[in-house]
Design a protein around this ligand. Structure first.
Ligand code: HSE
Length: 429
């Protein structure tokens, strides 16, 4: 049986998971890859750091050159995260004729084409299953199982941290701040939670999925993004009253060769399976023109689930040496698809206003919506203070442009104190 040496760059959470899987499932992995995998080197910052895992110091190094210059190492598993350093390590490894497995969504979403081009030139393989939704095999699903389809839409809960926070707010009535603190204590959210909470993490993952699904380059800067930090307990309660649950959704749709790409908090019907995806779980709903709707559910982060995707990629490289699909080249005009501006999109909306309790304010507001071709489905109001009333509306499907025009005028009404919330609704039609 062939022996294959690999190196792991970074020995944090995921690196440790990869190590554990390679030890615990050694027999199965050997059978399925027909190879004996040896972790020859692991790149760490501090060789002497105390680790929970029993590992020989001999294989630890703090010098990337020990890996790049070792011709016997055939696969490099990049798990250092971040941007520039990780990218440079991968380029150097490919130039030294090593195959790459990475979990780095940031690098793939930003420089995927450049890296795939180098992989092509150097005749090495580049796998990145773990970059999107951790243990859920979404990249392989799009590239292989669903390759007979034209994918029409992907709707996902692809950030575990925000899903944990929203679940705690919905199911236990915690405030955003309390839920964030719990997520940090549990190790889901980072000390600086911006990337998760403000939707950047989901944007990178959506860019990768959309590129593969729609066969086009997707610039992540063109994806509409809104985080969950402004979601209040009041909105969670109103959503419930109207029969909805709030989730951070990543949405990619293709219609008439135009793409709709957005990440934002969304009201979804509480009866939909996505509404019951709680805690740090992820779920992705794909609609293909042949297969119809398909939903994948699982753990989007964590040492073992993400490690499962990484080791799966290592085995794929050893097994068949088949090149995975690549994101489309930046300048490939033939495949370029236009991304719609947010104003061009249409959805139903939940809108909550804080108004003075005066005769006519509801009528004035409704008149403005009507005048801008925005039709109201439901309305509810509650007095929160002697003088102040919360007015919450659900609209029919409306153009965002019409919603924005209405709200500009509503804001100017004398008895409207504030537009407190505007959240899109996804009805999965
Ligand atoms: N921070 C991510 C999440 C996991 O909360 O889903 C890594 O992409």
């Amino acid at each position: 049986m062939e022996k294959v040496k690999i190196a792991i760059l970074g020995f944090g959470n995921v690196g440790t998971g990869v190590w554990k899987i390679l030890q615990e499932n050694k027999k199965e992995i050997m059978k399925r890859s027909n190879c004996q995998i040896e972790v020859a080197k692991i790149l760490v910052n501090d060789i002497n750091k105390k680790r929970d895992i029993d590992i020989s110091k001999e294989i630890l190094t703090d010098n990337i050159d020990d890996i790049i210059n070792d011709e016997s190492i055939k696969i490099v598993v990049e798990l250092v995260g971040g941007r520039d350093e990780a990218k440079q390590y991968m380029i150097r490894a490919m130039k030294a004729k090593k195959h790459i497995v990475t979990a780095n969504k940031l690098v793939i979403a930003n420089w995927g084409e450049e890296l795939f081009k180098i992989a092509d030139e150097e005749n090495v393989l580049f796998y990145y299953e773990a970059s999107v939704a951790g243990g859920i095999p979404i990249i392989r699903e799009i590239n292989e199982s669903l390759t007979a389809n034209r994918i029409e839409q992907i709707i996902g809960i692809i950030n575990g941290t925000t899903n944990y926070i929203l679940s705690k707010m919905t199911l236990e009535g915690l405030s955003f701040e309390q839920a964030l603190k719990e997520a940090q204590e549990k190790g889901y959210a980072e000390a600086d939670p911006t990337s998760d909470v403000e939707g950047y993490d989901a944007v990178y993952k959506l860019a990768i999925m959309a590129s593969l699904s729609f066969g086009t380059k997707v610039d992540h800067d063109r994806i509409y993004r809104e985080g969950i930090s402004k979601i209040s307990a009041v909105d969670i309660e109103y959503a419930k009253k109207f029969g909805y649950t709030i989730k951070l959704l990543a949405i990619a749709k293709e219609e008439n060769n135009k793409l709709e790409l957005r990440v934002h908090p969304t009201l979804i019907p509480s009866s939909h399976p996505m509404a019951n995806v709680n805690d740090a779980f992820n779920a992705i709903l794909i609609k293909g023109n042949a297969v119809g709707e398909l939903m994948l559910y699982g753990q989007g982060a964590g040492d073992m689930p993400t490690g499962s995707a990484v080791v799966g990629d290592i085995i794929s490289i050893l097994r068949n040496n088949v090149k995975p699909s690549e994101l489309k080249a930046l300048n490939d005009d033939a495949d370029f698809k236009e991304v719609k501006k947010s104003e061009e999109n249409e959805s139903e909306f939940y809108i909550r206003l804080n108004v003075n309790d005066r005769a006519g304010v509801l009528g004035d507001t409704a008149k403005i919506f009507g005048g801008n071709n925005v039709s109201i489905t439901s309305i509810t109001q509650d007095v929160v203070h002697k003088e102040h009333v919360l007015l919450a509306f659900i609209t029919h499907k409306s153009a965002e442009k019409n919603i924005n025009n209405s709200l500009k005028k509503i804001k100017e009404l004398e008895n409207v104190n504030e537009i407190e919330s505007i959240i899109r609704i996804e009805s999965f039609n």
